[in-house]
Design a protein around this ligand. Structure first.
Ligand SMILES: [Zn+2]
Length: 294
């Protein structure tokens, strides 16, 4: 069976990106799994520390493992934005395929030393686990924000190269115009996030690492396609899926006032999430009819 490393190598070679979608529960997991399976593409399920606290670290890892084995499909699990070594070690022991060790809020030198220490400790638990490190600013909270964050500090190719060499990470999360969450104007369709494609290409060249684009909800489609061509190998979508979940549930509640059976209401949320996940997976895997020149 393919490992996450195999899948990311293929993505890098074929200039596609593996979709990463955050989930909080089994309904979200069902939506991500079914979308990827129907399209026959690999996929990563992500859980932040908050999402892991709700679903359970070992519980989430166990369900993803069952899906992978029972259906023989490349579904992987990532411990998203992990801010402490203890929490990262829990996820590594539970069998997560990758961990985002995020100490990007620290000064650069301290981020390097803590990330290096985490890489060593986590690879001692599982030598094949992939560790992602983060530099630069991409804002916090995959939620609805009044306004998009301003003046986020972008990653430079020089610091990316230094960070990669000093820490031994497998995957880099750069700040290249991406940001977590959606602003109200983005939800209304009046604004989109735009990416610094040249910077992505320079960082890819400087490090040679797999690269993750965080906070991709609300990003211009063409920018996403060009970012993949420039070296992005994994793309995180969370807020768009959460928005779909809420709207799907609201529609179900409005339609069926007296319905109290969860499994009769939840499919509306699953279907709404599947629409988002499927559309993003098609785009990330170059299967949208639109072509883009870089
Ligand atoms: Zn993120």
């Amino acid at each position: 069976m393919k490992t996450l490393h195999d899948v990311l190598c293929e993505a890098q070679k074929n200039k596609v990106a593996v979709g990463h979608f955050n989930v909080s529960d089994l309904a979200g997991l069902k939506a991500v799994f079914e979308s990827a399976r129907q399209l026959s593409v690999p996929v990563i399920v992500g859980l932040s520390e908050g999402e892991r606290a709700f679903m359970g670290v070992r519980e989430a890892a166990a369900v993803v493992k069952v899906l992978r084995q029972e259906h023989d499909c490349p579904i992987f699990i990532n411990a998203d934005h992990t801010h402490s070594l203890a929490s990262a070690e829990d996820a590594a022991r539970a069998g997560f395929d990758s961990i985002v060790f995020d100490r990007s809020e620290l000064p650069f030198a301290q981020n390097i030393s803590e990330t290096k220490r985490a890489v060593e400790a986590l690879k001692a638990i599982n030598p094949s686990i992939l560790i992602e490190g983060e530099i630069g600013e991409i804002g916090t909270g995959s939620e609805i924000h009044e306004q998009a964050p301003q003046d986020l500090r972008l990653t430079t190719p020089e610091e990316a190269k230094q960070f990669a060499a000093a820490t031994g990470i497998d995957i880099l999360a750069p700040a290249v115009g991406n940001s977590h969450g959606l602003s109200r104007s983005m939800i209304r369709g009046e604004a989109q996030k735009r990416l610094d494609i040249d910077r992505i290409a320079e960082i890819a060249k400087a490090t040679g690492l797999f690269m993750t684009l965080h906070g991709a909800s609300g990003t211009n489609d063409e920018d996403l396609q060009r970012a993949i061509q420039a070296g992005i190998t994994e793309i995180h979508i969370n807020t768009e899926v959460r928005l779909a979940w809420r709207r799907g549930l609201e529609t179900a509640f409005t339609k069926e006032h007296d319905q109290i059976v969860p499994y009769k209401l939840l499919p509306a949320a699953v279907d709404a999430m599947k629409q988002v996940v499927s559309a993003r997976l098609l785009l990330f895997n170059g299967r949208q009819s639109r072509t883009v020149t870089t």
